[in-house]
Design a protein around this ligand. Sequence first.
Ligand code: IMP
Length: 449
Amino acid sequence: MPGLVIVGAQWGDEGKGKVTDLLAERADAIVRFQGGNNAGHTIVRDGEEFKFHLIPSGILYPDKACVIGNGVVLDPRILLGEIDGLRRRGVDMNNLKISANAHLIMPYHVLLDTAGEVKLGKLSLGTTRRGIGPCYADKALRLGIRVQDLLDEKILRAKIRTALEPKQQALRELSVKRRKLRKEAGEGSGVSEAEIEDAPDPRLDLHTMTEEHVNYGHRLEPHIADTSSLCWDVLDAGKTVIFEGAQATLLDLDHGTYPFVTSSNPIAGAATVGAGVGPTDIDEVWGVAKAYATRVGAGPFPTELEDATGRHLLEKGHEYGTTTGRERRCGWMDLVALRYAVRLNRMSSLAITKLDVLSGLDTLRVAVRYRSREGALLDTFPYHQSILHSATPEYEELPGFSADLQACRSADALPPEARSYLDYIAEFVGVPIRLVGVGPGRDQVVWLS
Ligand code: IMP
């Protein structure tokens, strides 16, 4: 498996961290190739819980290179917090390598993300407000600040100055500064309207920002590297690199449910761009899907359940966002969407997580086609958003199971209904299921041949 990509097959939070952690045992390097600290994965090791937003799941292996690739956008303050937190828990951070070409999420990106969402009001996308969209926008505008810029104060200051000016203007227009200051000053603080209007936001001060980021640069310097050539060396030696995607296929900027998507490409093809390797370096693509479906944030979700079954999935599956703590929307497995994800990523294997959460439901439903508002049957995921927004799913019903799966470790130990459910999914989408999650622990998996 020299080049193996792991992607989310639904709307995110499928449990990619756990699958990466398991497959990483056989890998030599693990590389994140897109997204930022909008992601969050939880790994439970020996009863201890680790939550990551930026650092790839491979960090718990001291002998493997753990890489933040050029396609990632990183908030240095958050990254340093994660590094410090892991160090305090005794995790060796020497193998963490950060691409010098990765872009930085700056304080103004975070402010702009929030301001944009506030401005959209009822039409907001439900972003994680971590500055992801504005940062990728600056990258495309050629106004981005990169990790390597942290190492040269003169260049850094000049780049921040250039990038900052239009942001200050945009934020002024969105009047976020004014509202924020008023709130911070509070009633009776003696701060006048005029002072509020004119006061510069301390987070947007060029000198403070430059100084802070020079300090971040000093601390990150030992980790900054040419990460593409690191991947080439590992691959050329016939060893294995895992390319770890964040978010998921249906949140892909080009192929997801635009505009309710993230600002990067979480699909397998993007691993080449976001890590700096060639398409023929990829040998395997693993998709990770939950045994049901969830989504955070706004946007179409055909199989969403707003009833007792949805509640069952939310509560039994602890479906609250790792990054924002928001309740996730829950629904039945959508095989039309999954088959679309399989094809977009040309998946070679599937991992199905959280099968145990379905236990206790008498009947399981899987969407096998949609019906459009006009009554047409749709076997494929509609490319036109108006059709998708009004499509209703048509379901196949399968028998449920009541046994607790958390102790199952082999296919034989699974109830026959659970096995039939998995077989149905694999056959429908045409990809073998190789791994099934039956609980949060690292060992709570069933490997299928
Ligand atoms: P952004 O990535 O913060 O710009 O948010 C855009 C959309 O992607 C929103 O609907 C978010 O809820 C969603 N999103 C971003 N990251 C994740 C993730 O890691 N899991 C699930 N949804 C995510």
